[in-house]
Write a protein that binds this ligand. Sequence first.
Ligand code: NAP
Length: 488
Amino acid sequence: MSRGDMAKPLLGHRSTEGDPSLTPAAGRTVGVLGSGDFARSLAMRLVCSGFKVVVGSRNPKRKASLFPSAAEVTFQAEAVKKTDVIFVAVFREHYSTLCDLADVLVGKILVDVSNNTEINHHKESNAEYLASLFPACTVVKGFNVISAWTLQSGARDGNKQVLICSNNQEAKRTVAEIAQVMGFTPVDMGCMSSACEIENIPLRLLPAWKIPIFLALGLFLCFFTYNLIRQVIHPYIREQKNKLYKIPIEVVNTTLPCVSYVMLSLVYLPGVLAACSQLYYGTKYRRFPDWLDQWLQHRKQIGLLSFFCAALHAVYSLCLPMRRSHRYLLIETAVKQAVEKKMTIWVEEEVWRMEIYISVGIIALGLLSLLAITSLPSIANSLNWREFSFVQSTLGFIALVISTLHTLTYGWSRAFDENQYKFYLPPTYTLTLLVPCTVIIAKVIFTLPCIQHRLLRIRRGWEKGRYVKFVLPSATGEFSSGETSSNV
Ligand code: NAP
């Protein structure tokens, strides 16, 4: 955005008089202390949102040209005098240099936007430290989770949520109104004691993804090693054949579907365990163990990683015929055929197996794509709970069943062929079937009327050993699947 563009308010300044839907925040004067990256982006966004902005700098003459012309850049004390709400866009280490302003700051709202370089870096949060330096001010923590880049590009790009906390409700409301007019979504995080948590948020790297990523990497490593032993090390030791060329594509491509398939089953396994726990204890009011709770909360990420591996598997598979090794082997087979004077190598059973295997694989990938898309917040928000549950629970389970068919048609009768047991190790696909088949069998058992009935009662509040008058939903029932009646 050019300086010329910045000078013009994007939303224009409209009078809020007589229109209760318009927040009175727009049009007020907002102060910014500091002239760095954050201060500049913030001033630009505020000007674009219809605020009058006054910037306080130690060197206003030198810094003025960096700000939109609609913003006033002046000395710190001057800026503070002109407004009641001041964003402190200065690092914590420099807060003490603002102490000279203590007199003019009395009664003002200070917005602490600062971040730390390490999680729990200081004993007290930056906002609490600022409040201790200026006891006559009201400090609000906010905007630290928004980057200078997001401020510049507006709320269209990047995170829209502004987490706010303060011990003063009025001040918190004022800052929330400003955030709203700027196009952000203020989120009330409570009182000042939450500041530390808010300051730690931008330092965390994909916290919800850590366990699922380690899980996927762990599975990948296990299956990769297993496939390497079977496909590369075994032929080398037993037949002195060099099959190292298989590592980059073939071994990876046989590993990816194993990871994807097992991960998909791990999305549904905690639901099965939770149902078993509820059936065993005869109540839904008993807390699940922490590990199960954590597992249930990470299902979305595990599912998305399963989809990622499946998508990679599809791309790798499409590229298999492009390889030189594939062409050489094809020509070699053709030459052998010619030498042996064989006119055809058509095996009807193999043809059918491959046709079904590929078709089922495509359907499974399609369903996984649907699951992945509907897990995106923007899409999920457009679905009601029943639709979301139908896609994630019912279609997800169907995807697992179809993936199982894909695996079985891939393996076919190999499990019964003793040549497939390299170093006595069974074919990889037989190992991958273990968890998914357990989940499928358990889910089928849960649909048995006696068990389904009990589970439904438990999930509607019935408890073993307690008498509660209980009415089951109708046959077309509200809760068609065991998983729709609770968060499980
Ligand atoms: P910056 O570019 O280094 O700017 C810091 C500003 O502080 C300087 O321009 C300076 O302005 C002012 N300042 C006041 N007293 C100072 C002193 N004694 N020594 C040095 N500078 C002093 O930093 P920034 O990236 O804008 O970050 C400012 C604050 O916003 C930090 O607390 C940061 O954690 C927070 N924040 C930044 C981002 C981001 O994306 N950059 C995102 C979220 C939060 P004058 O010379 O005009 O006085």
